[in-house]
Design a protein around this ligand. Structure first.
Ligand code: SAH
Length: 261
């Protein structure tokens, strides 16, 4: 029986593809990859007979038609997507026509660009008693935001925010976050092409400076914006340590060391 797999290719570095994805790519008869964001290196494991096509320039309907056509002829068909297919990946829009055509579907998760960006900058997205929550979102541009999800509303949590698809909207990011109570001095990091060998750029700035810094660096696409009260914690001298590693804290695998009062 043929099956169409929606496979997360990770953020760019081919070594950040999962083993499962790599095995499926090696076995695939047809691969349609999102060439604007997925490195062609991700298809390096494909067998010589595999049909490989870049979907750059194709409409959603053309993409699903292609997947259906190849699924009828071949056993393993892959739609290779950037990061994780479940984040801004039009997954459901592509799965529905396949469901209608009676074609089996599977999804392989991938390393999303927010995680690759945090890793590149050696930043933690959660820090004890600073923030314990991460929001993955975007700023309203051409795609309207559902009620209650404007950046001004989300920003009021003062937790970590990872903003996808918003690098051309830094003016609005600043305005919305100032309205949510953040400061012009609040730290912000932009990571361009996180994990792409030789192309990655990390820009450290503040709400006030980041737009100009990105302009100077020529960054206007494929970038992640991270705003967090935990940014820069690597340099802090006082940290609340995670309880998990605290000698006074018992858990399933370790008894607390008793200290004398
Ligand atoms: N499914 C993808 C997101 C697709 S939307 C994922 O999980 O990462 C495309 C947006 O993702 C871009 O506008 C950018 O904000 C972000 N992005 C994708 N790859 C990136 C990378 N290597 N570095 C930084 N941001 C990236």
């Amino acid at each position: 029986m043929s099956k169409v797999w929606f496979v997360g290719a990770g953020p760019g570095d081919p070594e950040l593809i999962t083993l499962k994805a790599q095995k499926l790519i090696a076995q695939a008869d047809a691969i349609l990859y999102a060439g604007s964001l997925v490195s062609s290196a991700a298809t390096q494991w494909a067998k010589p007979s595999c049909v490989i096509q870049d979907s750059k320039g194709m409409t959603l309907e053309e993409i699903t038609d292609w997947l259906i056509l190849h699924a009828v002829e071949a056993a393993t068909v892959i739609r290779l997507q950037t990061g994780d297919p479940g984040l801004y990946g039009a997954l459901v829009e592509m799965v529905q026509p396949l469901d209608k055509a009676g074609i089996a579907v599977g999804v392989v998760p991938g390393v999303t660009s927010a995680m690759a960006s945090a890793a590149a900058a050696v930043e933690t997205l959660t820090l004890p008693e600073v923030t314990q929550t991460v929001i993955f979102s975007r700023v309203e541009g051409r795609t309207p935001m559902p009620e209650g999800e404007s950046l001004t509303e989300l920003g009021q949590h003062h937790c970590t925010l990872c903003l996808y698809l918003s690098i051309t909207l830094l003016k609005k990011v600043r305005e919305d976050l100032l309205a949510a109570g953040w400061q012009d001095e609040s730290a912000i990091v932009v990571v361009y092409k996180a994990s792409w060998p030789n192309e990655q750029q990390i820009i450290h700035g503040t709400l006030a400076t980041i737009k100009e810094q990105c302009k100077q660096a020529g960054i206007n696409s494929q970038a992640m914006i991270i705003i967090s009260p935990a940014l820069g914690a690597r340099q802090w001298t006082e940290l609340k340590k995670s309880k998990l590693y605290d000698a006074q804290f018992s858990h399933r695998f370790r008894k607390a060391i008793k200290t004398q009062e």
